[in-house]
Design a protein around this ligand. Structure first.
Ligand code: DP6
Length: 323
């Protein structure tokens, strides 16, 4: 039995990935760009070559769907693999649009390749993580990260690449947790319904590459108002495609709208704050480090919990604890 432990941090998309051009390979219809978060993480331990496949999540047996995805990824890594034990735990709420699949599959890809004695190049590791969950390809890197769509049918050129390290820019993501309950429509299903039924699909796809290009320049120049406007545009455009599927997908709750209004009021009062939402009701607010406490204080009365997170590091291997 060989063992490895990996830690990976979730990322929040500043320019969103929503929609696939190939569902089997998780190839995106749009490029995307993200910020990896500090502090919050997934820790995954892989034991390669045990008696029988086993997967636990936060100390309890994983649900069948999660376990199937985990073992599928391991079989992509090695079609003749032995039975494997996977123990994974998150330090933050799972499945509520708080980006748990991003850190989860990044940690799994890194731990599994190490335990199997099959280290990969950074690009190949990002490709493997992508097969588990698209957004996971970005969590292998720290700081600001772009996911290039690629052109190949086999997807080997569709992986993330680092844009700027975590210490490039002292910004914060203020996470306003409206509800930590599991989302009613998962990303994979939601994306497919959007592609198949939203009349706004073509506009979403054709408009996204320019947002990534502009966001990269704004990050390079540390231009927060420009990046903030792009962040809100990408999020609202994505949610507009969700709202116009058949049947419509609405991740927003009353608390989400309340938080969005707070962000507008902050901006009207001269505070640089911009909101983004994913496949869930929670609102994440991008701002300068110096404004984070003020932003958090304004959000606290309208949501359940507020957490200030800074740009975080790349995924890494930890040494197994001797037993
Ligand atoms: C709204 O990466 O969870 O968070 O590839 O189907 O596993 P799958 O989807 P996933 O989708 C993330 C969607 C998003 C936007 C983003 O992170 O870019």
């Amino acid at each position: 039995v060989t063992e490895a432990i990996a830690i990976a941090h979730p990322n929040i998309a500043l320019v969103k990935y929503w929609g696939k051009r190939d569902t089997a390979l998780n190839l995106p219809a749009v490029p995307s760009l993200s910020m990896t978060l500090a502090r919050w993480h997934t820790r995954t331990r892989v034991l390669w070559g045990v008696e029988v496949d086993r997967c636990t999540f936060n100390g309890a047996p994983a649900d069948a769907e999660t376990a199937a995805k985990v073992f599928k990824l391991l079989s992509i890594l090695d079609a003749d693999r032995p039975p494997v034990e996977v123990e994974t735990a998150n330090t933050f709420p799972s499945g509520a649009g708080l980006a748990s699949s991003s850190s989860g599959f990044a940690a799994l890809a890194l731990a599994a390749t190490a335990a199997a004695g099959r280290p990969l190049t950074p690009a190949a590791l990002s490709v493997l993580a992508r097969r588990g969950s698209g957004s996971a390809c970005r969590s292998l890197y720290g700081g600001f990260v772009a996911w290039r769509m690629g052109e190949r049918a086999d997807g080997l050129d569709s992986h993330a690449e680092p844009i700027a390290p975590a210490d490039h820019w002292d910004v914060r993501m203020v996470v306003a947790t409206v509800s930590a309950a599991r989302k009613p429509t998962g990303s994979t299903v939601g994306m497919e319904r959007t592609r198949a039924t939203s009349p706004y699909w073509d506009a979403w796809v054709s408009g996204s590459p320019a947002l990534v290009t502009q966001a990269e320049a704004a990050i390079r120049d540390r231009d927060l108002p420009t990046l903030g406007a792009i962040v809100e545009a990408s999020s609202f455009r994505m949610h507009a495609t969700m709202h116009t599927t058949e049947p419509p997908i609405l991740y927003w709750l009353p608390g989400s709208v309340a938080a969005l209004q707070v962000v507008r009021e902050l901006r009207a009062a001269g505070v640089g704050a911009w909101a983004t939402m994913d496949a869930g009701p929670n609102v994440k607010v991008l701002c300068a480090a110096a404004d984070a406490e003020r932003v958090a204080a304004a959000l606290r009365p309208v949501v359940a919990e507020v957490t200030i997170l800074e740009p975080g590091p790349a995924a890494s291997l930890a040494s197994p604890v001797a037993r």
